[in-house]
Structure formats: C-alpha cells, structure tokens
Design a protein around this ligand. Structure first.
Ligand SMILES: [Zn+2]
Length: 78
C-alpha cells in the first residue's frame, strides 16, 4: 500500500503541478518560474492559481498519498 500511495502521490504532484500550480513568467529575463518574483520585480502569472504554490501542491500530494495509504491499508489489511 505504501508503494502504491507513494506512486500516486508523485503522480498527483505532477498533475497538480501541471494544472493548478501557479506558474509565472519573469518580466525581466522571460523565463518561466514557480516563484512570484524573479530577477527582482514581481513576475507575471501565466497559468494556475496564485494561491497554489509549489509547497501547497507538495502538501496536497502528501495528504492525498497519506489518505490513500490509510484507505488501502484498511481495504487490504482488514
Ligand atoms: Zn528572471
């Protein structure tokens, strides 16, 4: 169960990262970044939700994996 949950957590992390996680484009150097500021000034939000930082995405994925591990443990462990 722990292995499956770990894989699911990594999967959730990448899916959330590709969908709701805030991604910014630096107004100075033009590169995409997860940070709200780059090269000094605030970067421009290009996709995702401003509140969904990389830390929050990681947290959600961890909680999801934890719940899944618990659920699988109850399901298979009786
Ligand atoms: Zn920059």
């Amino acid at each position: 169960a722990a292995t499956v949950a770990g894989l699911a957590g990594a999967f959730a992390d990448s899916v959330l990262g590709a969908t709701v996680q805030a991604m910014y484009r630096c107004r100075v150097c033009g590169s995409e970044t997860e940070r709200a500021a780059h090269c000094g000034p605030p970067a421009e939000l290009v996709r995702g939700l401003r509140m969904m930082t990389n830390d929050l995405v990681n947290l959600c994925a961890s909680v999801f994996a934890g719940l899944l591990a618990t659920g699988l443990g109850l399901w298979f462990g009786g």
